[in-house]
Design a protein around this ligand. Structure first.
Ligand SMILES: NC(=O)c1ccc[n+]([C@@H]2O[C@H](COP(=O)([O-])OP(=O)(O)OC[C@H]3O[C@@H](n4cnc5c(N)ncnc54)[C@H](O)[C@@H]3O)[C@@H](O)[C@H]2O)c1
Length: 506
């Protein structure tokens, strides 16, 4: 079967004119393609075109588009009233309700009217492309085109071939995605494809950190933005996307992977959803959106205790770097040797909590605090106390670590702090995606950068942090918690042992 999506006169049919369908229609029409638009709800297509028109008008008023270009886009959008009117389309893109039966029914209907070589693509987020295709007489011409919201702004499109897709299908869809000026990555037909699968680390692990009383949502958000360079904190993101939507994705991926512990949803989130604390859409989530924004400061910021303060630092990974930095900032930092009789003792563990590190090194837990050195000293710093660390010692430690007016967040004891835990989980799940051959390593990184807006893709992030260090974080978390969700993937462990990039292929 020849799938031909490069014809100059290719006509596209979009089925479903909701949030995604109208955005995809706009993208196709803006790329110069005649675009048919259908919806089963009366008035939905009219509303969609009015919204597209309003959006384009905004582009014209900002000088990003000429009025004649806007009119040309609108002229290419053709409302249709029934599925049979899509008969001239070379490709149909379905963006209807997320329901297997409804999608199969629509595809069967499309098959009746479209040419035998027309491609049927689904924009499903959580259903299997193969399962949708199984309802068709010719499953070989069914594939997935997973756009992101809002389609006109999001550059990424995941291209998915079903198990029975024609071998030329993926290549034809990749060409089509480029033709509509988007960036394709190819993903296997697996739960959540790449982006929704890779996103199972940031929110769920952050929820576990808060559930365990290690830090507050606001503290976690500040650390991930100011220490790890993320554009949004995990709780800001949960509130933006909506707790109901995020929780449903968490549950769906967990179930589709038959209870893989790495993807365990949050029991606390289930209660929040049941209680209607959904985020921005319900005006209350982890933050309050009804009235003035939440401005309560994190538990501690910069301390102004006069220098010099004396601290002792264990001579382990990160200790020398910490001592060098603190001495340069005017703190009297002693690296290794016998700890002084008083003052804070700093440890710099990877994946170990402060209590375990204090006991292992024979230090007084009442004077021990751990400093997260994984990300260096770029921004906000984390100080982790043991249950016994004395308040005056914490005060001195904060003063030392915030020398130079750098904000410090004090957290409760946790193997892997906040930043180490979240970054290690992002990297580990990224390697799981690579190991399961869901996408090529470079496509995994691109998908996460473009689809999730993370500063780096998971494999590139692991390389930048040091693969052996990421492994040490995961092994440490696993050793302390005995929780199987923290076991490192063989893909990661092997590359850490060999000292090579996480992008290295077998
Ligand atoms: N919203 C997102 O962020 C997002 C992102 C990627 C993929 N998706 C997927 O895209 C699809 C659509 O999602 P959405 O957010 O645009 O939903 P939506 O509810 O905004 O729009 C769905 C539209 O489909 C119409 N519809 C329902 N059944 C139909 C049928 N049988 N025939 C024709 N029209 C029908 C509805 O009237 C509605 O206008 C879903 O499969 C969803 O999983 C959504």
């Amino acid at each position: 079967m020849a799938l031909e999506l490069s014809r100059p006169d290719l006509v596209v049919a979009i089925l479903g004119a909701g949030t995604m369908g109208r955005g995809i229609a706009q993208v196709c029409a803006q790329a110069g393609l005649t675009t048919l638009l259908f919806d089963s709800r009366d008035g939905a297509v009219k509303d969609a075109i009015a919204l597209i028109e309003k959006g384009l008008e905004g582009q014209v008023s900002k000088g990003r588009m000429t009025a004649s270009a806007r009119q040309a886009v609108l002229d290419r959008l053709k409302p249709i009233r029934a599925v049979d009117e899509a008969k001239g389309a070379g490709i149909a893109i379905e963006a209807i309700v997320e329901d297997l039966r409804a999608k199969r029914e629509l595809f069967r209907e499309l098959e009746k009217h479209l040419a035998p070589d027309a491609v049927l693509a689904t924009n499903t987020s959580s259903l299997s492309v193969t399962a949708i295709a199984a309802g068709c007489a010719r499953p070989e011409r069914v594939g997935g085109l997973h756009f992101f919201n809002p389609p006109p702004l999001m550059r990424l499109v995941e291209v998915i071939g079903g198990l029975r897709s024609d071998p030329t299908m993926v290549e034809a869809l990749v060409g089509f995605v480029k033709r509509i000026n988007k960036h394709p990555i190819v993903a296997a037909d697996t739960p959540g494809f790449v982006v929704n699968h890779a996103g199972r680390a940031y929110g769920p692990e952050a929820l576990r950190i808060v559930a365990q009383g290690i830090a507050s949502p606001r503290e976690v958000d500040l650390l991930m933005k100011e220490a790890a360079g993320f554009r949004m904190g995990p709780f800001e993101l949960l509130d933006l996307v909506g707790g109901d939507v995020t929780h449903a994705v968490m549950v769906s991926i967990f179930e589709q992977y038959f209870g893989e512990p790495m993807y365990q949803p949050s029991a606390q989130m289930a209660v929040r959803v049941a209680g209607g604390l959904l985020g921005r859409k319900s005006k209350q989530g982890f933050y309050n959106y009804d009235g003035p924004p939440t401005t309560s400061p994190p538990t501690n910021a910069v301390q102004t205790q006069p220098l010099p303060i004396s601290v002792w630092i264990a001579e382990e990974d990160g200790g020398r770097e910490l001592a060098g930095w603190l001495n340069a900032a005017g703190v009297k930092a002693q690296l290794g040797g016998k700890p002084a009789a008083e003052g804070p003792c700093f440890v710099t563990p990877l994946g170990e909590d402060a209590s375990n590190a204090a006991v292992r090194l024979g230090l007084d837990p009442a004077r021990t605090l751990a400093v997260d050195m994984l990300g260096g000293f770029a921004g906000r710093r984390t100080l982790m106390k043991t249950p016994l660390t004395k308040a005056e010692i914490i005060g001195e430690a904060v003063a030392a670590l915030s020398a130079g007016n750098v904000p410090v967040t004090v957290i409760n004891d946790s193997p892997g702090f906040v930043v180490q835990r979240l970054l290690a989980m992002i990297v580990n799940i990224g390697t799981h995606i690579a190991e399961l051959r869901i996408a090529a390593p470079s496509d995994i990184d691109t998908a996460v950068e473009l689809g999730l807006n993370y500063p780096k893709g998971p494999l590139a992030l692991g390389d930048a942090l040091g693969v052996a260090r990421v492994l040490a974080v995961l092994d440490g978390m696993h050793a302390v918690t005995l929780d199987p969700k923290y076991r490192a993937t063989p893909w990661l462990r092997r590359r850490a042992r060999l000292g090579v990039s996480l992008r290295t292929l077998d």
